[in-house]
Design a protein. Structure first.
Length: 182
């Protein structure tokens, strides 16, 4: 089975304790996200890093504090995943919630033709959910690894997991469940 992992917004501004929009739940998923990336690397499968990358005057900053500004420390991928970038995967820079908006994700998926796209990262109810919706709208089989996604709002996190399963048809499994079927 050809699988692809999409890692959403595992950036300093969301995950590192000094980040402008950091939250504790994001730090808790780092071991599970790195384990997924390691698994994909060891099996020679592709990883796509979808990373917020905003201009200084982005209109999104009217809704959220300035974050992941192009060329800043906050917009860089977390240290735990940096070592994977040089040798493995695709890096996509996005300026909106969905990893499809104004990126080459469609092209990458068309080229690689995955049977399954697994998704992890932050924030469950925003960028993860919008990316999963984009995958579902393109008829990809999607799995969300629920102990490798996080949100700053626990209620929205649970709602997003339910919505992705019910509306988008995504499989929502934790790491232990998926290990039995990989």
């Amino acid at each position: 089975m050809r699988r692809i992992l999409v890692v959403v917004d595992m950036l300093n501004d969301f995950v590192h304790s000094d980040g402008t929009l950091n939250f504790e739940e994001a730090r808790k998923i780092v071991p599970n996200v790195t384990a997924l990336v390691d698994e994909y690397r060891e099996n020679g499968q592709e990883v796509v890093y979808a990373c917020d990358n905003h201009l200084e005057n982005d209109l999104e900053f009217e809704r959220f504090e300035s974050h992941a500004v192009r060329g800043t420390w906050g917009g860089m991928i977390i240290e735990e995943l940096e070592m994977h970038l040089e040798r493995h995967g695709y890096m996509l820079y996005k300026s909106r919630y969905s990893a499809f908006y104004d990126t080459k994700l469609d092209h990458i998926l068309d080229m690689l033709k995955p049977d399954l796209v697994e998704v992890c990262g932050v924030c469950t109810s925003i960028c993860v959910m919008d990316t999963v919706g984009g995958l579902a709208n393109r008829d990809y089989k999607v799995r969300v690894v629920k102990d490798a996604v996080a949100d700053f709002d626990p209620e929205m996190h649970e709602m997003a997991l339910k919505r992705m399963a019910l509306l988008y048809g995504a499989e929502v499994w934790d790491s232990k469940e998926r290990k039995e079927f990989v």
